[in-house]
Design a protein around this ligand. Structure first.
Ligand code: CO
Length: 440
């Protein structure tokens, strides 16, 4: 079994370095490059070689990595997770003056967060900026990485009703305080702008920044909790816990195959990290785009495979979609289904839904359960109560573009879409073990 302490620290390091989807994709790319993966810049590139390791990105926020078998390509083994988490996107020219004494930032919600959890905690700003250079516009990631903003609550003395359920107005209640200003005659410094701070952190001129995609993020670090350290708490566990677990399993299978000189299985392992799941996946780089099918096309094209052979390969393939699941809540156990009750540290969660928003069916569930047995990993089930609608995820969206059997899995967590989420310390290791087996 894996060392939980080590795995958890690596997970926290990944999350801490990934305040936005851009950073999550960059961090994945770094780990892939270190393992010998090469970036394919153009999807039309035909130099895909047997035994090669490659990855592609789209919008710098989605990434697909793949390992070509040495012999004949017979099937794809794909596993997907998402790189984005609910946050606040910062609008253009966001600085808003308040009575000449404060500057706050104009923002809007990205995804469905639990709004109250974003108040009264140190926040920072990260994302990407596009700069003008002699060679044309260039994208740079930026992370201001310091306690910068706060969304202050209204004192209880001004709102005695706050604990009776309060509807936050995002245009009024949720704008972060960014800077203070001197009063009249107390010094006339040029006020700080967010673009100015970004420029300075990159060591460039403010004027060279043409545009940006910037988000607020929670500065809290990941930590162990519980009497025996059995829980983990961190921002962005949905879905970076799965993004990290699947990637680590993907690379582990690669290393083990190399070390043990395993027999060639004709399997092309594919790791897919999609942006924009939290806003419905309907972007050029989301799961509801042609990204995955384009990459599979690129692989087949590069290997000179087409027509019936390609369809054969796809029919032998499988997609595992990994996105965190709702564990039974200690204060609200009644919210969970009467018989499908996943717990933190209970292992891989298989997700089922009658209307197939989760792709799992008897065949794909059987495959995952059998893999869990082989990997020595516990497996549990999730289904929504029949009177609760629940969310959706990547699996059925991806398989609408690439018609292959799929299963939806995840790891149990509490407080999904809070700025600080809680999950089980053992579960990341279980996902790594499962994916290690799956990709082998
Ligand atoms: Co998710």
């Amino acid at each position: 079994m894996l060392d939980t302490q080590k795995v958890t620290q690596e997970l926290f390091d990944y999350i801490d370095a990934s305040p936005t989807a851009f950073h999550a994709a960059e961090q994945a790319a770094k780990r892939l490059e270190a393992a010998g993966y090469r970036k394919v810049e153009k999807e039309t590139e035909t130099r895909i070689e047997a035994g090669g390791r490659y990855y592609m990105t789209r919008n710098d926020s989605s990434l697909i990595a793949f390992r070509i078998p040495g012999g004949e390509l017979r099937r794809f083994r794909i596993a997907a997770a998402h790189s984005d988490s609910p946050s606040f996107k910062i609008k253009e020219t966001p600085e808003m003056d308040v009575e000449g004494r404060y500057v706050k930032l104009n923002t809007e919600g990205y995804g469905g967060m639990i709004q109250s959890t974003w108040l009264d905690r140190p926040l920072s700003v990260a994302g990407r900026v596009i700069t003008e250079t002699a060679e044309g516009p260039r994208s740079r990631l930026v992370n201001l990485d310091r306690d910068l903003c706060v969304i202050p609550n209204v004192a209880i003395h001004f709102n005695r009703e706050i604990n009776k359920g309060y509807a936050y107005n995002p245009q009024v209640d949720l704008l972060p305080l960014f800077a203070g200003k001197a009063g009249k005659g107390e010094g006339e410094e040029k006020p700080e702008t967010l673009t100015g701070l970004c420029a300075r952190s990159l060591g460039i001129d403010e004027e060279s920044i043409l545009a940006s995609d910037l988000f607020l993020y929670n500065r809290e670090k990941g930590r162990r909790m519980g009497a025996r350290g059995e829980f983990i708490g961190s921002p962005r566990l949905d879905d970076l816990q799965c993004a990290f677990g699947v990637l680590t399993g993907f690379l582990q299978a690669d290393r083990e195959a190399e070390e043990e000189g395993k027999e060639e299985t004709g399997c092309c392992a594919v790791y897919a990290l999609f942006d924009n799941e939290e806003i419905g996946s309907g972007t050029r780089q989301g799961a509801d785009s042609t990204f995955l099918s384009d990459v599979l096309e690129c692989i087949c094209g590069g290997l000179g495979i087409g027509g019936a052979k390609k369809r054969d390969i796809l029919s032998e393939s499988f997609l595992l979609s990994a996105d965190n699941a709702h564990g039974v809540h200690p204060n609200h156990p009644e919210k969970s289904d009467p018989t499908s009750r996943p717990y933190l540290n209970g292992g891989i969660v298989l997700k089922f839904q009658g209307s197939q928003k989760y792709t799992t069916d008897a065949w794909s569930a059987a495959l995952v359960r059998s893999l869990c047995r082989q990997a020595g990993v516990p497996c549990q089930n999730f289904a929504n109560r029949a009177d609760i609608a629940g969310g959706s995820t990547l699996g059925n969206i991806s398989s609408a573009h690439v018609s292959i059997p799929a299963a939806d899995i995840g790891l149990a967590q509490l407080s999904m879409h809070s700025a600080f989420e809680t999950a089980g310390a053992l579960d990341t290791g279980y996902l790594i073990e499962l994916c290690g087996k799956y990709f082998a």
